[in-house]
Write a protein that binds this ligand. Structure first.
Ligand code: ADP
Ligand code: ADP
Length: 233
């Protein structure tokens, strides 16, 4: 089964009585190991789409399947379990646990996922090392810059080697050196088989993807594989 399948997915926000259609009948399939970049102008529905795929927003109609299981009908607690077991998130709010160190924030999902403390520590050291955060491991989230928090959120999302990495603008706040570190890590985990679906405005991020899905006014207007020759190595 694909890792993600959305079928005729619709989201209409009801605000102040006026319906705002944000996602209008999206069909999207992401296969295991694929790296899909979701692009499109501001307001085209990108965030709403990935929020629905992660169960953070409810859908108005349509279906979401994760790993062959129907997910859109799950309760909040069902989604919570699914997220813990299968999905790593990097969203625009980072939600790091304030009273835990960076190291503990990153190790926690792996420990909850049942890996040994030693494996969790090794995974954390690898991820923080790749993201240039080794010397921040003992800091608390409040001591970090926005860009550092964003990279910690990525490390945490990958700690558990989730079935699916979902991200909303993972390089949004980063300078070019930190963007390069994030790109390198995404390339590495993708090379190790990590399935990735992310929203980006950054052509460098999109150039690493297997597919770019373009949204306009809540609909997919282009869903194209990138020829291998145009991909970065
Ligand atoms: P993008 O991520 O592509 O910028 P969004 O998914 O954030 O697009 O927004 C798509 C549309 O839905 C926009 O018209 C936006 O104003 C609207 N929208 C997003 N979130 C809400 C919300 N919570 N309530 C009402 N309208 C919303
Ligand atoms: P259960 O206790 O069986 O898990 P749920 O809380 O999952 O019950 O679902 C209660 C009702 O809400 C069901 O009819 C379900 O289809 C509907 N529902 C659940 N999630 C969503 C959603 N994201 N959007 C719309 N309806 C939903």
């Amino acid at each position: 089964a694909p890792v993600v399948r959305a079928v005729n997915l619709v989201k209409i926000y009801q605000t102040g009585g006026l319906p705002v259609p944000a996602v209008r009948g999206v069909d999207l399939t992401v296969e295991a190991g694929e790296f899909v970049a979701i692009m499109g102008p501001s307001g085209s529905g990108k965030s709403t789409l990935v929020h629905m795929l992660g169960g953070l927003d409810t859908r108005t109609s349509g279906e979401i399947w994760l790993d062959g299981r129907r997910a859109d009908t799950l309760s909040e607690s069902g989604w919570a379990v699914l997220r813990r077991e299968k999905i790593g998130f990097v969203f625009q709010f980072f939600n790091l646990v304030a009273n835990m160190t960076v190291a503990d924030n990153v190790e926690l999902p792996a420990l909850l996922g049942g890996v040994s403390p030693r494996q969790a520590r090794e995974r954390r050291e690898y991820l923080l090392g790749e993201l240039g955060l080794t010397d921040r491991a003992g800091a608390s989230p409040a001591q970090l810059s926005g860009g550092e928090q964003q990279r910690v959120a990525l490390a945490r999302a990958l700690a558990n080697q989730p079935r699916l990495l979902l991200a909303d603008e993972p390089t949004g706040n980063l300078d070019s050196r930190n963007t390069r570190d994030v790109l390198r890590l995404l390339g590495q985990v993708h090379g190790q088989g990590q399935t990735i679906a992310l929203v980006t405005h950054d052509a460098r991020v999109a150039s690493m993807a297997d597919r770019v899905v373009s949204l306009l006014d809540g609909q997919i207007v282009d869903d194209g594989a990138i020829p291998k020759s145009r991909r970065r190595p």
